[in-house]
Write a protein that binds this ligand. Structure first.
Ligand code: PEP
Length: 247
């Protein structure tokens, strides 16, 4: 049985004060929920938000990581640096892939480093609009998953976020049927790569999730949660999304 997992991705938003207020509001607004929760916040806010969430049911995450343990890598952070602050880290978000040049090979190196650390990864995969229109969705997902996971152990530590790029921040959500079909394909690909352990991996849907569309998306059998961008920065909306997650 996979426990639902809802994560917020604040991206490059919030001042420190706003981050603390928002984190406290999320913790206060989601008491008694039946799923795992995390907030993936900007690096400089990990410390303040960790304090704000101390003792709560809301876990903390970062939005990216570098694979080397230390050295002359200006601007980067290592798994060890993050692990003293948080539990989760996003790897391979489409904005990293599209705007900052993260390749499948880089995502693989980041994932290897995360799995060798105490951090738990949220690995993002998803197709571009043109790829969906030309019928390449499954080939893209298969390529991204194989690059990331071939030869690596699958377990309940791993979360995969299916985030069709055309649905991120656009207000356009995949229908539950489209999202379920892609997530079932991801599950089958993971089984092919890692056997039965694939059944313990949680698969989130991400892409313009709102309180209105969350119940139908989260009711799909292969969707175990959501990675939420815009709506995660409004505590009432995030709490409403979280409330629709049922084990
Ligand atoms: C995201 O950035 O991972 C995301 C899903 O964003 P949004 O919910 O705003 O589409």
């Amino acid at each position: 049985m996979r426990r639902p997992f809802i994560a917020g991705n604040w991206k490059m938003n919030t001042t420190e004060d706003e981050a603390v207020v928002l984190a406290r509001a999320v913790a206060a607004g989601t008491g008694g929920v039946l799923c795992d929760l995390a907030l993936c916040v900007p690096f400089p806010h990990l410390g303040p938000v960790r304090s704000a969430l101390a003792g709560s049911h809301v876990a903390l995450g970062a939005q990216d990581v570098y694979w080397e343990p230390k050295g002359a890598y200006t601007g980067e952070v290592s798994t060890a640096m993050l692990a003293s602050y948080c539990r989760y880290v996003i790897v391979g978000h489409s904005e990293r892939r599209q705007l900052f040049g993260d390749t499948d090979a880089w995502v693989r190196r980041k994932l290897e480093a995360v799995l060798a650390s105490p951090l738990d990864p949220i690995v993002c995969v998803g197709e571009l609009l043109g790829e969906r229109r030309s019928g390449e969705t499954e080939a893209v997902l298969e390529r991204q998953l194989a690059a990331a996971f071939t030869g690596l152990p699958l377990s309940a530590r791993v979360t995969v976020a299916y985030e069709p790029v055309w649905a991120i921040g656009t207000g356009e959500t995949a229908t539950p049927a489209v999202a379920q079909e892609a997530c079932a394909f991801i599950r089958a690909s993971l089984r092919h790569l890692g056997g039965e352990a694939a059944d313990s991996v949680r698969i989130q849907y991400g892409g313009s999730v709102t309180p209105e569309n969350a119940p139908d998306l989260l009711a799909c059998p292969d969707i175990d949660g959501a990675l939420v961008g815009g709506a995660s920065r409004k505590s009432d909306q995030f709490a409403a999304i979280v409330a629709s997650a049922r084990p």
